[in-house]
Design a protein around this ligand. Structure first.
Ligand code: AVJ
Length: 322
């Protein structure tokens, strides 16, 4: 039997190698950039959970409020006996709202890159919903996802404005993938942060307590630990600003002085103020969402928002629905 004794270290070294490759490539490229998914090691995930509780970070609590108010409507639209497939299973609070709102759910399949995260999620759900079939899928939802065996109609769930991390091209490619996965009679519940007062957006990514800065700089800490890098965390800073023309928050690590750093045995020189890009967080308006849906074979059946119009939850249906 291939028990956890063998499979865990093997998976870990593959992850480590993928991180090493991405970092060496990203620091060698111009402009320098490291993909946002590497922000989520154990410490990064814990810091992100803290971000979700910050007074300035309205996204999580606003989306949860919308889902609470609209869960019944979502369940009625989805209809009885569907299979719920979640991309990047984050906070189980939101999944539970839909699990409870979808009548006679055939299956809940969370897709996540973290095996640990998946196992914990699955165990909690099986305990609390003994009749529910929970089938975790360990995969990067941006790549090919192994087939999910079910004859039930499929409802995708992509909450949290995770779509914001993707460039418009990546977002379309991802949604086309989802469209293929849910099929001609499927649907997707998508959470997206809305365009709004730039100051409000700026503050959400520059919190007073400095948790977002710690989250960004944790990437350097992860490189120090996993890639034997020599980053001095006090010599770099978190930088986040809203580019209104592009409709996105841009996040970087900025070098505070000229310095050189070793990463996995290679030397990298940084000029003063030189930056490494770590994240985009794209903001949408209803027209952007409609265009995104149209470009990926979905139509927007419904868009729900909050009284302040901070955040949107859209119900996208496959184009060829009969
Ligand atoms: C997890 C991508 C939705 O863009 O708001 C929050 C990540 N980064 N603060 C976002 C994040 C810094 C977050 N998403």
């Amino acid at each position: 039997m291939n028990g956890p004794v063998l499979s865990v270290p093997v998976a870990e070294s593959a992850d480590r190698e993928e991180f090493r490759r991405a970092v060496l490539d990203g620091l060698s490229a111009r402009p320098r950039a490291i993909p946002a998914k590497f922000l989520y090691d154990a410490r990064g995930s814990a810091l992100f959970d803290e971000i979700c509780e910050l007074p300035e970070y309205y996204l999580t609590r606003t989306e949860t409020g919308i889902l609470k108010r609209r869960a019944g409507e979502i369940g009625r639209r989805a209809g009885p006996g569907c299979a719920l497939i979640e991309f990047g299973s984050g906070s189980s609070v939101k999944s539970r709202l839909l699990i409870e709102a979808c009548p006679a759910l055939a299956l809940y399949a969370p897709i996540d890159i973290s095996r640990q995260h998946l196992d914990a999620t699955a165990a909690g759900l099986r305990r609390d919903y003994p009749g529910l079939r929970v089938e975790p899928v360990c995969a990067d939802f941006m790549g090919p996802v192994p087939p999910i065996e079910t004859g039930a109609r499929r409802l995708g769930f992509f909450p949290g404005s995770t779509i914001g991390n993707l460039t418009p091209g990546e977002a379309i490619a991802f949604l086309r993938n989802v469209r293929g996965l849910v099929g001609d009679d499927g649907a997707l519940v998508l959470g997206a942060d809305l365009k709004k007062d730039p100051q409000r957006l700026h503050d959400a990514y520059n919190d007073r307590a400095g948790v977002t800065a710690a989250f960004t700089l944790n990437l350097l800490r992860r490189m120090n630990r996993e890639l034997l890098a020599s980053f001095d965390l006090a010599a770099f800073a978190h930088e986040a600003f809203y580019d209104e023309r592009e409709g996105r928050i841009e996040i970087y690590v900025r070098s505070l002085k000229p310095q050189s750093v070793t990463v996995a045995g290679q030397r990298f020189d940084f000029a003063a103020d030189e930056r490494v890009h770590t994240e985009y967080s794209y903001k949408y308006d209803p027209a952007d969402l409609a265009a995104l849906a149209a470009g990926s074979g979905f139509t927007v059946a419904e868009t729900w928002t909050d009284p302040e119009r901070l955040f949107a939850v859209a119900y996208l249906e496959s184009g060829n629905r009969k």
